[in-house]
Design a protein around this ligand. Structure first.
Ligand code: UD1
Ligand code: UDP
Length: 377
């Protein structure tokens, strides 16, 4: 069975590289990796960390790219590639425009699609934007659905997607076995200079399209007030390379001495930073899954989440994008050790680190019924 794995952004890469390892080990599977290059430097950081060489890179990234340009360029570039590689199945991940466009390109060639991290939903097509619609459409196109949790599976069933559903856990948990070390030495000098023993470290990230503008300004103002209120704490903010994000963040936070604005760090530094943080404040999807693994409270800087499992478990709180709400939620964690302990339980609802193996097993089962003998399509 020839499996073409397509991804293009940092979070997809972090969650697909562990699966690529397992696909490459599996007997009877030929694994071909295609990057769309929706991200450039931030994607390269992940590929270098996992030491995986892609077979193809469409290199589509443009400065301040639009959703239309990402979609159309991927569609145009994937068509000849799919005709050349002729995969039996295309695997895509999650909710990016890469995932949706690659799934659509495969569908146009009548090649079945497997969706890793299927079934996440907020129920609001504009939040996150455009991710909620990307994953709805990707699930609709896909033949095989690898849902991280039972809840995700139930979301698919509620939409009438009832065949070829596999609950696997999230492959991001698999990634930790390759990234986290007890005596880890940071590659980033800024991170090496922080005294994690004596100082409470708050890890911050924010980049979502729907937060650009006023919501991101609110987030930054709240961080600035917190940094002034807690001068002994260190706020570490690896700033996404999107120029719209950087303009706002540097404008508001660059002169605050205990806010460390750094370039995106590689995934090894990032996972080990999470493991050593006091709390995490973020609008990221992936960080909502990773921080609970380390028992770190997460304040989600968004109005809703497609990842309610950790909210229910108590480690994640959705605080929205209002400056005062963010400020007071963080203050509670700084000042109230009871509230902190209640959130800092090591609860991890996203799997046991074996999601990639389950996906490979499912594909092997599928191959016996669909790909051998009679052609699938
Ligand atoms: C994309 C995904 C989002 C995901 C995020 C992860 C879509 C529509 N959005 O959003 O779901 O959460 O990735 O980070 O699929 N840039 C660089 N170098 C890089 C990466 C980005 O310079 O390595 C800059 C470019 O100017 C680019 C801009 O950032 O145009 C935005 O990148 P884009 O992929 O469009 O959006 P993200 O916000 O990264
Ligand atoms: N991450 C990283 N370096 C950074 C910031 C984040 O490696 O400087 C990792 C983080 O640990 C997580 C993923 O990137 O695995 C999340 O990516 P992002 O927030 O960009 O996207 P999302 O998950 O929101 O789609």
């Amino acid at each position: 069975m020839k499996v073409l794995v397509v991804f293009g952004t940092r979070p997809e890469a972090i969650k697909m590289c562990p699966l690529v390892y397992k696909l490459k080990e599996a007997k009877g599977i030929e694994c071909v990796v295609c990057l769309t290059g929706q991200h450039k430097e931030m994607l390269r950081q992940v590929m270098d960390a996992f030491n995986i060489k892609a077979d193809f890179n469409l290199e589509i990234m443009k400065d301040r790219q639009t959703l239309t340009s990402i979609t159309t360029t991927i569609l145009e570039s994937m068509e000849p590639l799919l005709k050349e590689v002729k995969p039996d199945i295309v695997l895509v991940h999650g909710d990016t425009t890469t995932s949706y466009a690659a799934a659509l390109a495969a569908f146009y060639q009548q090649i079945p699609v497997g969706h890793v991290e299927a079934g996440l939903r907020t129920g609001n097509i504009y939040s996150p934007f455009p991710e909620e619609m990307n994953r709805l459409m990707t699930d609709r196109i896909s033949t095989y659905h690898f849902a991280p949790t039972e809840k995700n599976r139930n979301n698919l069933l509620a939409e009438g997607i009832a065949k070829n559903l596999f609950v696997t856990g999230n492959t991001v948990i698999d990634a930790f076995q390759y990234t986290v070390e007890d005596d880890y030495q940071f590659a980033s000098k800024k991170l090496r200079d922080i005294d994690f023993k004596s100082c409470r470290v708050v890890t911050v990230t924010a980049h979502r399209r729907e937060n650009l503008g006023e919501p991101l300004r609110n987030i930054c103002r709240a961080i600035k007030r917190l940094a002034n209120e807690y001068p002994d704490a260190a706020f570490v903010y690896p700033v996404h390379l999107n120029p719209f994000v950087r303009e706002t963040v540097f404008d508001i936070l660059s002169d605050v001495s205990n806010v460390h604005l750094i370039d995106p760090v590689d995934v090894l530094d990032m996972h080990n930073l999470l493991a050593r943080s006091f709390i995490v404040m973020t609008d990221s999807g992936g960080l909502q899954e990773e921080a609970p693994h380390f028992g770190k409270p997460v304040l989600v800087l968004r109005t809703e989440t497609e990842r309610p499992e950790a909210v229910e478990a108590g480690t994640v709180k959705v605080v929205g994008v209002d400056e005062n709400a963010i400020y007071s939620a963080a203050m509670t964690l700084f000042d109230d050790s009871g509230a902190y302990s209640a959130m800092a339980q090591a609860v991890n609802p996203y799997g046991d680190g074996k999601a990639s193996e389950r996906i490979v097993d499912a594909l092997m089962g599928v191959s016996a019924t669909h790909f051998y003998g009679e052609a699938y399509r």
